[in-house]
Design a protein around this ligand. Structure first.
Ligand SMILES: Cc1cc2nc3c(=O)[nH]c(=O)nc-3n(C[C@H](O)[C@H](O)[C@H](O)COP(=O)(O)OP(=O)(O)OC[C@H]3O[C@@H](n4cnc5c(N)ncnc54)[C@H](O)[C@@H]3O)c2cc1C
Ligand code: SF4
Length: 331
């Protein structure tokens, strides 16, 4: 550890003023930030604790949109009747994330802002990593890369964004609402993260002075499901994950939204598959062909070719479960 200034904000105005300092970082549940400080990944000069801000934990319905306060804890989000009823994909993604203890503390605002789990990025020993030290290279490109990207990577970074709830949020077209001393903005969840072709050193587009106040989920995605493939059944990040939201008429798909997790530096929408699925019949070979077409531009690294069939099958399984309308609370 090293010295930093700790601010406990009581109002959004206090928080925005403190976060405006160069080198400041916002503290919500702290399940990521404290680790980064310990590992030396992050060295904020000022830590702005927003846990006492009023009204940032509410979950409510307004204008046919579910508004979730950024400080709502993951378990409270997953268990809320509005989320379980309208967005089972989010409840399922949360239940498969981290551990019950972590989910009691971790917030929905902090989850999409977590950094990659690439072991070189988190290494305590100095390692070539453009995300840790700009211009130092990418040790994973020709090193250990079995957990790395199959979409959207470049030689400068092959990492993935591993957040489960963030993948579900991208699939249902959620929007992050921010405030800062310079004004607020609305960031679609699918545009939050930065691909290496845009900037290999960055994780997301949020500025350090911006505070996420809420996440909005428009409408509903009642026929939706989250399938996570991992090395053990709990307390493990995804090898691949698929979030699917369908509109169904009998057994015919009228609309589909699909995001993959842990395959790229952002939740990866399968736009081509989404288009091809329209008017196809659940369980048909058309569905298989539409899903396969979404992987035409997948590119494996030397050690992760297995992720392509795993991800394809995860999408097919998620389509089946979404179509069946399985309950949000899967065991
Ligand atoms: C052992 C372990 C296992 C895990 N497994 C999984 C898993 O399987 N799946 C998964 O999805 N996640 C997993 N996680 C990650 C966990 O879900 C995140 O750590 C958590 O969601 C982050 O939320 P937080 O509130 O604790 O964020 P913090 O640690 O407080 O903050 C994280 C980042 O977000 C910023 N931030 C937080 N809130 C705001 C806000 N309102 N406005 C602006 N910036 C903000 C902080 O400045 C920081 O940059 C795991 C974590 C651990 C430690
Ligand atoms: S994949 Fe990205 S995070 Fe990992 S070593 Fe390469 S540059 Fe760093």
């Amino acid at each position: 550890m090293y010295p930093f200034t700790y601010h406990r904000a009581d109002t959004l105005g206090d928080a925005m003023a403190a976060a405006d300092a160069d080198g400041a970082a916002v503290l919500a549940g702290g399940t990521e930030l404290v680790n980064w400080i310990r590992l030396g990944v992050s060295r904020p000069s000022d830590v702005v604790d927003i846990n006492r801000l009023p009204d940032l934990s509410a979950i409510e319905l307004a204008d046919d949109t579910v508004h979730i306060g950024a400080l709502a804890r993951l378990n409270d989000v997953a268990g809320h009747a509005l989320v379980r009823d309208r967005f089972p994909v989010l409840t399922q993604a949360i239940h498969q994330a981290a551990s019950a203890q972590l989910r009691n503390l971790a917030t929905i605002g902090g989850n999409p802002l977590q950094m990659t789990r690439c072991p070189y990025f988190r290494s305590e020993a100095p390692t070539p990593c453009n995300k840790r030290r700009r211009g130092s290279g990418c040790a994973a490109r020709h090193g250990i890369n079995d957990q790395h990207a199959i979409f959207g990577w470049t030689d400068d970074c092959v990492a993935v964004q591993p957040a489960d709830p963030a993948t579900a949020l991208a699939a249902v077209d959620a929007v992050l609402v921010t405030e800062s001393a310079r004004g607020g903005r609305r960031i679609p969840a699918r545009d939050l993260h930065v691909l290496p072709s845009q900037d290999p050193t960055a994780h997301h587009v949020l500025r350090p002075d911006e505070i996420v106040t809420r996440i909005e989920l428009p409408g509903a995605a009642r026929r939706s499901a989250y399938v996570k493939v991992r090395e053990r059944a709990s307390y493990e990040y995804a090898i691949v994950a698929a979030a699917v939201a369908l509109e169904i008429d009998g057994t015919t798909i009228r609309g589909a939204r699909i995001a993959l997790g842990s395959v790229a530096m952002r939740p990866w929408r399968l736009h081509r598959t989404e288009q091809l699925l329209i008017d196809s019949t659940i369980g048909s070979t058309e569905v298989e062909a539409a899903v396969a077409a979404g992987f035409d531009d997948a590119r494996a690294l030397p050690h992760n070719a297995h992720k392509i069939p795993l991800a394809r099958n995860a999408v097919l399984r998620a389509i089946e479960r979404a179509a069946a309308g399985e309950p949000a609370m899967r065991p």
